[in-house]
Design a protein around this ligand. Structure first.
Ligand SMILES: [Ca+2]
Ligand SMILES: [Ca+2]
Length: 638
């Protein structure tokens, strides 16, 4: 083993024809693993030795990493290289999005370079060819972008000559088949390996090519990039983040190009407003896809399964969700991790956070359900053997309700209020058979009662049917609801801090209603019932939403532009509530260029050739609201 390791370290492993020898490491396949995109402190380096595998992020221009740091993590607890406690270190690489913004005005001599749209047509947009363009801003007559009622620019399908942005992260979608982009990716990987000494790579943003996004036509090119990466690094461990759809379109290229597959957000996704993990609305589909084709492929092709679920270990349903995750993916033979999606710190290993053994579970019994009016129900239960432990603090109720046959972990979770002696839920349809499932779980794997279940059929009732597809849009100090209904009714709108505390806030004749006067960012539940004469139908399943800050800051004033030696120096006065600023510079006759971003109140734009330009500066607040274009300033480079 040691000899192989040495050979690996020196890169001496020669490749036979055909299939290569699988990369090896004493700690592969790993058990506990972590992903850290942030900077490393000595304390974190020490804690990293608890893991079998750690993903590190180079940061901007490799600011987060150096060879010494990677070496310290890799050598493990004993500080010696080539021993059994060595930690596998994988370097983060984004292959479907570009973090480096192609900002600023068109460069002299850059055109007519092109970007690529669906038909691989080149256009005179003078952006590098790697960028994808499938969505478009809408421009007003005066050239300003059109904004929606949520304060964000309106985006529609189509090409506008501007590379498409992933607004959540401020990066830009790329064509994985672009030769220049492939060279950039491989160049970065070369640096990670040669200068930092990583054992392998974590490939992110493969899902740019997913069938549910705008760029599924790049699927085979994504598989091609993965293949090129494997060809360049046959002896390095490669962990792919998602991209499971490639099992259907490019099976061989995909499975040959990875040693591990991370099924990100299989069960829990992050609710940015509530700052906690919630069960993914796509969990049923994702778990179905995991069962087939992902797990059979993993077994056949021999790639190791990793999971990451975005959760806060302090949220009150953390342990019920952890038990459910392990019901779905198991505990042995896989790697599991939980974090918030910013991944800046180093969390606790799952084996420590959620150990195998702990105190024995209590006893759950006397389960009974009573139906309450308008689609509500109450679950009564009894817990014995608490031994001084407290429900909601040491032990937790996992309650689910459903009308279809599926994994209990995939039935709707019912929010538990531990200050009450019974659990109340809402959203049942009339005249329908349901099963309520309940168990008590603790902070270790062994601490769980079996699920007990009660089945019942709701009353037929005289009221109208439930409304369907209730959806909420977050607006300034308000939430706009819309729903569907087969018939035509008056509707009653409900809101509350929990599903069992919904109270009516108004009625309407239409199928949309704006609940106003709300505090921004406070998570609230909303539901709707249909009314027919004096009969009220059942409340629909509540949705969780919140009002959001949609008000842009004011535009920067006193914008001063100086042109010196072909360079624009731009400065402006600070704006209250601004977190960043965007400086736009377009060639005369152009509508839009990707802006330069800065946290300062001045910036130097990239050098330009002679020509006439128009500039403007906007302010952006913490919620991402951008001020309008205030002042267009003509400027010239002579
Ligand atoms: Ca070691
Ligand atoms: Ca675009």
């Amino acid at each position: 083993m040691k000899k192989t390791l040495l050979a690996l370290a020196l890169g001496l492993l020669t490749q036979g024809g055909g299939a290569w020898a699988k990369p090896q490491h004493p700690r592969w396949p790993p058990k506990d693993y972590a992903i850290c995109y942030g900077e490393w402190t000595p304390e974190m380096v020490q804690r990293s030795h608890q893991y079998d595998l750690v993903v590190v992020h180079p940061g901007d221009d490799f600011a987060n990493l150096n060879a010494d740091l990677v070496g310290q993590i890799k050598r493990g607890k004993d500080g010696k290289a080539g021993t059994a406690d060595d930690v596998i270190v994988l370097g983060y690489v984004t292959i479907g999005e570009d973090d480096h913004v192609p900002a600023g005005p068109p460069r002299p001599g850059a055109g007519p370079t092109a970007y690529i749209n669906k038909t691989w047509k080149q256009e005179k947009a003078s952006y590098p060819t790697r960028y994808l363009d499938q969505v478009s801003y809408v421009f007003e007559k005066n050239g300003e972008r059109k904004y929606g009622e949520n304060g964000k620019p309106v985006i529609v399908a189509g090409q506008d000559g501007v590379p498409d942005e992933n607004g959540v992260w401020g990066s830009y979608y790329v064509d994985p088949g672009d030769p220049q982009w492939q060279a950039t990716v491989l160049g970065k990987m070369g640096r990670l390996q040669k200068e930092m000494g990583v054992d392998g790579f974590f490939l992110d943003t493969i899902d740019t090519a997913s069938p549910w996004g705008n760029y599924s036509f790049t699927q085979s090119r994504m598989a091609g990039l993965m293949k090129a990466i494997r060809k360049a690094y046959p002896e390095r461990l490669i962990l792919a983040n998602r991209g499971m759809f490639l099992l259907e379109t490019d099976y061989q290229a995909y499975v040959d190009s990875m040693d591990g597959l991370l099924y990100e957000s299989l069960y829990c996704i992050w609710d940015w407003g509530a700052k906690r993990g919630v069960v993914s609305p796509w969990a049923v589909g994702d778990v179905g896809y995991l069962k087939d084709p992902v797990l059979p492929a993993s077994k056949k092709a021999g790639f190791h399964m990793f999971y990451i679920n975005y959760l806060d270990s302090k949220q009150d349903d953390f342990y019920p969700l952890m038990h459910s995750i392990e019901d779905l993916v198991g505990r042995k033979g896989i790697s599991n991790y939980v974090s918030d999606p910013l991944l800046q710190g180093l969390g606790q290993p799952i084996s420590e956070l959620f150990p195998e053994e702990g105190a024995a579970p209590p006893e759950l019994g006397n389960l009974s359900v009573s139906e309450l009016p308008n689609g509500r129900f109450r679950l009564n239960y009894e817990v014995k053997g608490l031994d001084g432990r407290q429900l909601g603090k040491d032990l937790f109720l996992d309650v689910r309700v459903g009308k279809e046959k599926r994994d209990i972990a995939l039935q709707d979770p019912v929010k538990v209020d531990y200050s009450k002696s019974a659990v109340e839920g809402v959203g049942l349809e009339k005249g329908t058979a349901y099963t309520v499932y309940a168990r008590v779980v603790g902070k270790s794997r062994n601490c769980r009662t079996p699920y007990l279940e009660v089945s019942f059929t709701t009353a037929a009732g005289p009221g109208p049917e439930q409304v369907t597809e209730l959806a909420a849009v977050s607006l300034e100090s308000s939430v706009k609801l819309n729903w569907k209904d087969e018939g035509s009714h008056t509707y009653r709108i409900y809101k509350g801090v929990a599903p069992d505390q919904l109270a009516p806030v108004g009625t309407t004749q239409g199928r949309t209603y704006t609940v106003s006067g709300l505090q921004n960012n406070q998570p609230l539940y909303f539901a709707v019932s249909a009314l027919e004469g004096s009969n009220e139908g059942n409340l629909c399943r509540p949705v969780l939403s919140r009002a959001e800050d949609c008000t842009p800051p004011s535009s920067p004033r006193e914008v001063i532009i100086n042109a010196r030696a072909g360079v624009f120096h731009v400065s402006w006065q600070a704006v209250a509530g601004a977190k960043t600023y965007k400086v736009y510079c377009v060639g005369k006759g152009e509508k839009y260029r990707i802006p330069v971003r800065t946290e300062e109140t001045q910036v130097e734009l990239p050098r330009l050739g002679a020509g006439k330009f128009q500039l403007w500066v906007t302010a952006v607040d913490e919620a991402g609201n951008e001020s309008r274009r205030n002042q267009l300033i003509d400027a010239e480079i002579k």
